[in-house]
Design a protein around this ligand. Sequence first.
Ligand code: ATP
Length: 313
Amino acid sequence: MGAGGKRVTVLKKKIDKNNRAIVRDEETEDLLARSLQYLKAGYPVHFTGPSGTGKTSLALALAKKRKKPVMLIHGNHELNNKDLIGDFTGYTSKKVVDNYVRSVYKRDESVTEIWNDGRLLEAVKNGYTLVYDEFTRSRPTTNNIFLSILEEGVLPLYGAKRTDPFVRVHPDFACIFTSNPDEYAGVYQTQDALLDRLITIFIDHKDSDREAAIISEKMDISKNEAQAITNLIAELRKECKENSGPSLRASLMIVKLAEAAGIPIEGSNSHFQRLCIDVLGHQVSRCIESNTPITTAEKLIIKACHNMKVTEE
Ligand SMILES: Nc1ncnc2c1ncn2[C@@H]1O[C@H](COP(=O)(O)OP(=O)(O)OP(=O)(O)O)[C@@H](O)[C@H]1O
C-alpha cells in the first residue's frame, strides 16, 4: 500500500505501438555505423536476406541517419524509365486575344508540354538519399540506368526530349538497395553488373534472444513472453529449408493479434494455438518437405506450442 493507504499502481512503460522506429541493439547500431561510413565514402549499400529480417527498416533507418530528404522506390516489373526519369504529363496552353484597337485583332496562342521529374531524377538532382526497396523485382534493363549513375556520375535522360542529354549526380546523392536473394533466380541474374558495384551486406534472421529483446521493447509484453514466442518461431524455422520460414514479422503479428483478441500467450491455450496456425500455417507448409504440407505444418505448430514455456519473471 502506498502513502495514505492508497494502492500504488506501477504502470508498465508506455509504448507507442505506432512507432515505426527500429529497436537498435548493439549489432544493429554497429551495422548502421559501418553502412553510413560506406555511404559517406560514396559506395551504395545493399541489404539482402530472407523476407522479414528487417532489411527495409534498416535501409530507412540508415537513410534517416544521413539527414537528407529520403526518396523511396519499390522495385516492380512494371517500373520503367519514365517512372525513374520523368515524363511529359500533358499540355498547358496560353491564349492571348488583343482587341485593344478595334480594327486590330491579335491572337497569340502557345502550347507547352508539362514535364514532371521522376523520382530518381529528383533524388539525383537534389542530393537526396534514395532507398530502392526490392530492386531485383524490376527488370534489369530498367536498373541499367543505375550503372551510369554509379559508374559515370551522370543520369542519362533517355528519350526525355530534353535539351540536356544527362544530369550530373549531386555530390550528396546516396543510394541504399534492398533485395531478397530468392528473387535473383531466372531473368534477374543479369543484375550482376549492378550487384558488383554495391556493398552487399547479408541480413539474416536474428537469434531468438535478439528478436525477443526487439519484441518486448516494441510491444507491450514481458521479456519472457516475447522470448517464448521467438523460441517457438525459431523452432519452426529449424524445420524449414535454408533461409526460409517465419520471421520476426510473424512474431510481431502473433503478439499484436493475441493482444487485440485478449488471447493469453500460452502454448496450451487452444485460441493461442489457432492463432499460431493462422499466422504461421501457410508459411511453414511452404518451407518444409512433406507430401501433406498443410497437415504436417499444423502438427509442427501445435508441437511447438506445447513445447513453449513462459518462464516466471
Ligand atoms: N530492429 C528492429 N526493431 C523493430 N522492429 C523491427 C526491427 N527489424 C525489423 N522489424 C520489424 O520487422 C518487420 C519486418 O521488417 P522489414 O519489413 O524491414 O523486413 P524486410 O526484410 O524488408 O522484409 P521483406 O523482405 O519481406 O520486405 C517489420 O514489422 C519491422 O517493423
